[in-house]
Design a protein around this ligand. Structure first.
Ligand SMILES: Nc1ncnc2c1ncn2[C@@H]1O[C@H](COP(=O)(O)OP(=O)(O)OP(=O)(O)O)[C@@H](O)[C@H]1O
Length: 259
């Protein structure tokens, strides 16, 4: 296996607070890696450093062996790092397929000069991407009328339009009903297996994490306290201490559902 992403000593301070402290890990090609931890553990800060939104105070990030520390989000995106967000960013007035076509146009650097012909371009590839996420039957529907779970699947197709080497997914199942969450993560796991994409995701729903992640890393107060497979993480005394105190390790969070 080859290393896609590697961090060494990644650290971020906010004044006197060390939000992420000396975090080193690597992610292999084709791996579905979860980053978990209680509220305020440093997951988003870590993600934002990987995507270039935040500069590390210390430490390095390498992508496919090249250092990307301190590059802008656009430069990192251009190198093949895609991202999905907690809040979906689709164009409500456009159809499902048009949203994917726009992403493909952007990927090919064609957005501004040929917008008038956009609806004719990349249709075949857009349809193939929609098929990958099970949305081909909804291609001509407007995004405004889509169910929340379908929007999340569309968002995945949009992220894949960029043909990423690495996909960062920040709480991909936030706001979804439990059954939809498992389905979305299963879909992601299938895509990882079939397309060879690597995925790093943060998630509060432990059922989703333990069902699908190949490996799990646990952050607590900015520090990486465990890194291993589901069984090793379940049995890790430090992880149990962090989670069982709050009682959230094996219970899905059901707040804020759009079911
Ligand atoms: N821009 C900022 N300025 C100051 N402190 C920040 C900033 N961003 C994050 N923090 C602090 O850094 C710590 C880690 O926050 P972060 O959002 O990374 O945690 P998280 O694990 O993503 O939490 P959650 O699960 O609640 O989203 C917290 O104490 C937070 O208050």
């Amino acid at each position: 296996m080859s290393v896609v992403l590697e961090t060494r000593g990644l650290t971020r301070r906010f004044g006197g607070l060390v939000a992420v402290n000396d975090v080193s890990f690597s992610l292999q090609k084709g791996e579905l890696l979860a980053l978990i931890g209680p509220n305020g553990a440093g997951k988003s800060t870590c993600f934002n450093m990987l995507m270039g939104q935040l500069k590390p105070t210390r430490g390095t990030v390498h992508l496919m062996g090249d250092e990307i520390t301190g590059l802008t989000p656009r430069q990192i995106w251009r190198r093949g790092v895609g991202r999905t967000f907690q809040i979906t960013g689709t164009y409500a007035s456009m159809t499902v397929i048009e949203n994917v076509q726009m992403a493909l146009l952007s990927h090919h650097g064609q957005v501004f000069n040929i917008l008038r012909y956009a609806h004719k371009m990349h249709r075949e590839r857009a349809m193939a991407l929609l098929e990958m996420v099970g949305m081909q039957a909804q291609a001509e529907r407007h995004c405004a009328v889509l169910a929340y779970g379908d929007l999340k699947r569309l968002e995945l197709a949009i992220a894949l339009a960029h043909d990423p080497t690495l996909l960062l997914m920040d709480e991909p199942t936030a706001g979804m009903a439990p059954r939809e969450r498992i389905a979305l993560m299963k879909l992601t796991a299938d895509i990882v297996r079939d397309q060879g994409v690597s995925v790093l995701f943060t998630e509060h729903d432990m059922d989703v994490v333990f069902a699908h992640a190949h490996r799990i890393m646990v952050l607590n107060r900015g520090e990486l306290i465990a890194d291993g497979n589901a069984e090793a993480i379940r049995n890790d005394p430090r992880v149990q201490e962090v989670y069982l105190g709050g009682g959230t390790l094996f219970n899905a969070q059901d707040e804020g559902e759009h079911a």
